[in-house]
Write a protein that binds this ligand. Structure first.
Ligand code: ZN
Length: 324
């Protein structure tokens, strides 16, 4: 057996534990989230605040407050926009940290415990049993919806993408990268998105054709952009489900390709993440190029015309050629 390096240790700890600060109210304040009300429940407290993700997800401030954090499990949930997850996700999003940094931040805020080993069982949704039958209510995306997103029904079929006819939302399955077992899905509609169930470990897997391996892979933020790339005939396109690409996700990519094109969004979060991945993984022997945005104002592949998207891919460049 290979000895475990300190990095692997933090990776594994962060991936498998669900740390919660000892004093959630104080930790929320440290994240800049003001607790407006505290509800006493038989088993724990519930903190209510204005939703920190509301503006980004809906374009409007949360005035109600709609955001609730369980004082025992640390699970959070916005009743209005659906933003939800384990406490560590709130730290990642709020401070722009990766999973390991967020873990260390929580460890510094009191002796951490893990939600699995203490406190009452998580909310009902957390214990929902997910299996293939959970997808039974969904259908293949209708051609009109595909056209709107410039994806093809064939690419949707290949990547297992479905559609919720009731809410008219995309259903992007999240699966175990090794066994293909269904963990849940990302639900995406107009100005709406959520991961289901809320505590899902999306940073431990990728969206895309996990059976693929080849010369050059492409990593994108949004699963639908990976579908778009496939529709354009671009091989080996994967999505990290967001701007942050975890160490586990990078290892899954490195195992499948000899070169990687970093196609994260052309916004500040995407560029920061891109540079960080490059600095961290180039020394580990993974050659990388950056998706080219010099000919377009689009911030991701999904917003580009077919021709612009193919140019962005074809003109992917080495980082040093960009820095002038
Ligand atoms: Zn919200």
């Amino acid at each position: 057996m290979k000895p475990t390096s300190p990095t692997d240790f933090w990776d594994n700890l962060a991936a498998f534990a669900n740390p919660v600060p000892r004093d959630i109210a104080t930790a929320l304040r440290a994240l800049g989230i003001e607790v407006l009300r505290e509800l006493s429940r038989p088993d724990s407290a519930e903190y209510l605040a204005r939703c920190p993700a509301h503006l980004a997800l809906t374009g409007k401030q949360d005035r109600r407050p709609s955001f609730s954090v369980n004082g025992s499990t640390g699970l959070f949930h916005c009743f209005s926009c659906g933003y939800a997850g384990p406490f560590i996700a709130l730290v990642e999003d709020g401070l722009g940290y990766n999973r390991i940094e967020a873990f260390q931040w929580i460890a510094r805020h009191g002796v951490y415990r893990t939600a699995e080993e203490s406190g009452p069982a998580p909310e009902a949704e957390e214990t929902v049993r997910i299996n293939e039958a959970s997808l039974a209510l969904f259908v293949p995306p209708p051609p009109a919806a595909c056209e709107k997103r410039s994806v093809t029904p064939a690419a949707c079929h290949d990547l297992g993408v479905l559609w919720d006819p009731e809410t008219r939302r995309w259903i992007l399955p999240i699966r175990d990268p090794f066994t293909g077992e269904l963990w849940g899905w990302q639900e995406k509609g107009k100005r709406y998105f959520r991961n289901y169930p809320s505590g899902i470990h999306k940073s431990r897997t990728l969206f895309g054709d996990m059976a693929w391996s080849g010369e050059t892979a492409l990593i994108l933020e949004s699963p639908l952009d990976a579908v778009r790339a496939r529709a354009l005939g671009i091989p080996g396109a994967f999505s990290s489900f967001g701007a942050h690409v975890s160490e586990a996700q990078m290892r899954l990519l490195k195992a499948r390709c000899r070169n990687l094109i970093l196609g994260l969004d052309n916004d500040s979060a995407g560029r920061t993440s891109r540079d960080r991945i490059h600095d961290r993984w180039r020394p580990r022997g993974l050659p990388m190029k950056f998706l080219d945005y010099s000919h377009t104002t689009a911030k991701d592949l999904g917003d580009m015309s077919d021709a612009d998207a193919l140019t962005a891919y074809g003109n992917a460049h080495h980082p040093w050629r960009r820095r002038r």
